[in-house]
Design a protein around this ligand. Structure first.
Ligand SMILES: [Zn+2]
Length: 125
């Protein structure tokens, strides 16, 4: 029986511990993703119902509904600009404010470019 290097043994057990921690983190993350998926699916259904109600209430067709959504988004954007979050750069693809800690636009999924970090809100390129 060859003698086991105690330093190697220590490193191996440390690596095993780290692997177990990582495994537990992955299980936690999987559960989080599952919860978020459920919530998204609920929100999707809920939003569809709200849009149906809007269409009925205002007697809109799909085009009218889209126009209403565009107007609402425009008004919301103006409010955000007025609130002067000041530092939030805009997505180059959909021109909505980017989240500081997100690598992609939360609205359209476009990846943010490095200039986005420097360009302040309202600045024209
Ligand atoms: Zn976007």
């Amino acid at each position: 029986m060859p003698e086991v290097n105690p330093e190697l043994q220590r490193m191996a057990s440390h690596a095993l511990e780290k692997a177990e921690d990582a495994h537990l983190s992955i299980i936690d993350l999987k559960r989080d993703v599952q919860l978020i998926s459920q919530e998204l699916s609920f929100l999707k259904t809920f939003s569809r119902r709200l849009l149906d109600i809007l269409k009925l209430q205002y007697k809109l067709d799909d085009e009218g509904l889209n126009e209403l959504i565009r107007q609402t988004e425009g008004a919301a954007l103006k409010l955000e600009e007025k609130a002067g979050s000041g530092v939030a750069p805009l997505c180059q693809s959909c021109h909505r404010p980017l989240q500081q800690d997100s690598a992609t636009c939360i609205y359209c999924g476009a990846p943010r470019s490095s200039q986005d970090f420097e360009r302040p809100l309202g600045a024209t390129k």
